[in-house]
Design a binder for this molecule. Sequence first.
Ligand SMILES: [Mg+2]
Length: 405
Amino acid sequence: MARITEVRCIRTRANGTWVIVKVLTDQPGLYGIGSASDHYHATTVMHLIENAVGPRLIGRDASRIEDTWQSIFTSGYWRNSSLLNTALGAIDVALWDIKGKEAGMPIYQLLGGPCRPAVPCYAHAVGDDLPSLEDDVRRYMEEGYPVIRCQLGPYGGGGFVEPNRVSRPRNAWPQERIFDDEAYLENIPRMFAYLRERIGFGVKLTHDVHEHLRPQVAVALAKLLEPYRLFFLEDALPPEQIAYFRLIRQQCTTPQAMGELFVNPHEWLPVIQERLIDFIRCRVSKVGGITQAQKIAHLCEWYGVQTAWQEGGDNDPVNQAAAMHLDLASWNFGIQEENHFRPEELEVFPGHAVLEHGYLYPNDRPGLGVDIDEEKARQLLQPDLARRVFSMAEDRRADGTVVRP
Ligand SMILES: [Mg+2]
């Protein structure tokens, strides 16, 4: 039996936004790693793990994954916060890593064995105008991606207008760009009309609204996009407005993907049980790791909902590996969001998953399959960059109101 002797964090990426937890045991060389990355609160999560959650685990049996999960879940009495979930998720994945190493098997074998030999991923095509977006879509089609997400520039792109072209108060706050729901409603269906006319219906396309719209505009958008037969529409609504999915369902057949901001079972339970979404999009680390994500996947199976774990942008190779093990072992897997890392970032994580022509490939090493080179992690971190404060882009409507991202 392995007992936990130390829980510590390793901060890396040039800007310090990746935090990897290492759970060490009293067995020589036996440890596990998990992702505790939070792009906006890296040092807060590290403090939580090293000063509150971690010390409680010293001396515990590392094999008790479910029991440890339940114990951390209620350790602060208040639960389901994104930051506690992140700490919990990192430790959970590290314990799965340890169990896999003890068993001599990859985690996907412990979860029931692979349902597929590799993991199909969706690409992120982007263009500031329609011809450049079409070029990017064609580039990913040629590369072999089975599904391609289409965006007009940054999140909310298609809905941005010049401040001097809309009605604003004379004491308007300074803004570089204005988000306008009606402009978005005009431009995104036009974008798909353009793409479908040129590349046909053979390629599977998606779009990410990133929760920018007023709820009733989101319902209208889903309806207007119906003729273009999307693989899914992502985050049409913010988590606070999930009841509007009922209206979307009543109005159209556009498939819905939702959940990357979900942290609480009361957010995902109704949309799964009422079959209001088609793909669940939680981030594995933000719902509490493999243990919780597997329960969500199993629940979804019985309601005909598929998984599409969130993985883009600020995620790290360790959380990508955790999602990949679930992707391989879940019958109701749908698609995996891709992520690209720089070569010097991948060097920090020997055994990382390999993304090739739109498919993610695991290795057959025991546990998570990926490790961390702590010396290279230290070298990658640039302390000056890591001192910066990160926050989401603050988009506003013409009257100055903040748009929920
Ligand atoms: Mg998204």
